[in-house]
Design a protein around this ligand. Structure first.
Ligand code: PLP
Length: 406
């Protein structure tokens, strides 16, 4: 069953036909191993290097050897954090935020249990960091700082350049999880005080199961996977050739179309928010309005449950997401919204709509129309909804449960 209306692009995106066409020969005729000496293999290795160049261009790396291919964003985040801990093994302190994706948050919780000290930076009601808190957190034994570029649930963009300046002034490596930013907003690592940066192919119309980690030249980087000599001994294992080539093509296309695509997507997102504000008066947008990914709208519907809204939207062929994970069948409020101190009335009723360049104005109008009916219907049951949602929100703790879709 194909999605009829897909507004869940922070979870994953559609592989563009041009991307698939580029991948196909490497899944059929051109199946050589890029490590082989013969031409059948070495032509594949050359094509991988072309893809490395395309990724370097997307993120503005000065040199494509700074790009290491990985199997996903989660691997990139793990490799960056574990790599810095190994390279600076005498340092036992990590600085991150309370609103990271589980790929960073879950790993840091694990490391905390193993005896590392972790500082979890807070965010304000808009989802923004306090840079003074960051300054105060940096210590002599800080091994690294890992902070996301853009939040997957709210789209809020952190000021990574200013963060990087603060971190660099202390000589501490800075890792940025740019999985949601790459392909959606322009940036250039060459001109930023960033040492490591993670991206993932399936978030910008590339295939799933492939990502890349940027490691600035000169940063000591112990390999995450040890074995063969692939990726200049920095990540062993036979490459996901078709995936890498597809991600490279997706990067080329994202870069080419980024200015007009992001304006188009922003206009659709703003239109969606404006329509919902009119049709659903008891709703509000979560997160900073300005510094936000152009494609993301995280909207709370007072006293309602996001999960119920999603189920009913799904019946109309509409795909969206809540910002929260479902643990053991019970809807846990989002750790991001809890960190933002979203009031209990609004906490459970969050729905994330995340758009792409493939969406249209007609779809926006349709989603708003169906949503308004669903919200009205659920508000009719709001007495029960109120009871369910008025329970106190649990504060975010470092050991609290985490999870997010995309
Ligand atoms: N970091 C962020 C901010 C994400 O949104 C995601 C995926 O949703 C990841 C990391 C993990 O990426 P992947 O799904 O490629 O492992």
């Amino acid at each position: 069953m194909a999605a009829e209306i897909y507004f869940d692009n922070n979870a994953t995106t559609r592989v563009l036909p041009e991307v698939f066409d580029e991948m196909r020969p490497y899944l059929t005729d051109l199946y050589g191993n890029p490590s082989s000496i013969h031409r059948f293999g070495s032509q594949v290795s050359q094509r991988i290097d072309q893809a490395r160049g395309e990724i370097a261009q997307l993120i503005g790396a000065g040199d494509s050897v700074e790009v290491i291919f990985t199997s996903c964003g989660t691997e990139g985040d793990n490799a960056a954090i574990r790599g810095m801990l190994e390279a600076r093994s005498e340092k036992r302190h990590i600085v991150t935020t309370q609103v990271e994706h589980p790929a960073v948050l879950g790993l840091c919780q694990h490391l905390e249990r193993k005896g590392y000290r972790v500082t979890w930076l807070k965010v304000d009601v808009d989802g923004m960091l306090d840079l003074n808190e960051l300054r105060e957190a940096l210590a002599d034994d800080t091994a690294l700082v890992s902070i996301m570029y853009a939040n997957n649930e709210t789209g809020v963009i952190f000021p990574v350049e200013r963060i990087g300046e603060i971190v660099r002034s202390k000589g501490i490596p800075f890792h940025v999880d740019a999985v949601q930013a790459a392909g959606k907003i322009p940036f250039s690592v060459k001109n930023m005080p960033v040492d490591l940066l993670t991206i993932s192919g399936h978030k910008f119309h590339g295939p799933k199961g492939v990502g890349a980690l940027y490691v600035r030249r000169g940063i000591p980087f112990p390999p995450f996977l040890i074995g063969g000599h692939q990726e200049r001994n920095r990540r062993a294992g036979t490459e996901n050739v078709a995936g890498i080539i597809g991600m490279g093509k997706a990067a080329e296309m994202a870069l080419k179309h980024l200015p007009e695509d992001s304006e188009k997507i922003r206009a659709l997102r703003d239109q969606l928010e404006a329509l919902i504000a009119q049709s659903c008066p008891d709703s509000r947008v979560n997160g900073l309005r300005q510094n936000r990914l152009p494609n993301t709208a995280n909207i709370s519907f007072r006293y309602l449950e996001g999960e119920s809204i999603l189920v009913l939207l799904d019946q109309h062929g509409i795909c969206a997401s809540t910002g929260s994970a479902c643990t053991a069948g019970s809807a846990e409020p989002s750790h991001v919204l809890r960190a933002m101190n979203v009031a209990p009335d609004w906490l459970q009723g969050a729905v994330r709509f995340s758009l792409s360049g493939l969406n249209t104005e007609r779809e926006v109008a349709y989603v708003n129309e169906k949503l308004a009916l669903i919200v009205q219907r659920l508000q009719g049951l709001s007495a029960m909804g109120k009871l369910a949602t008025q329970q106190q929100a649990k504060p975010v703790t470092a050991a609290g449960s985490v999870g997010a879709r995309g």
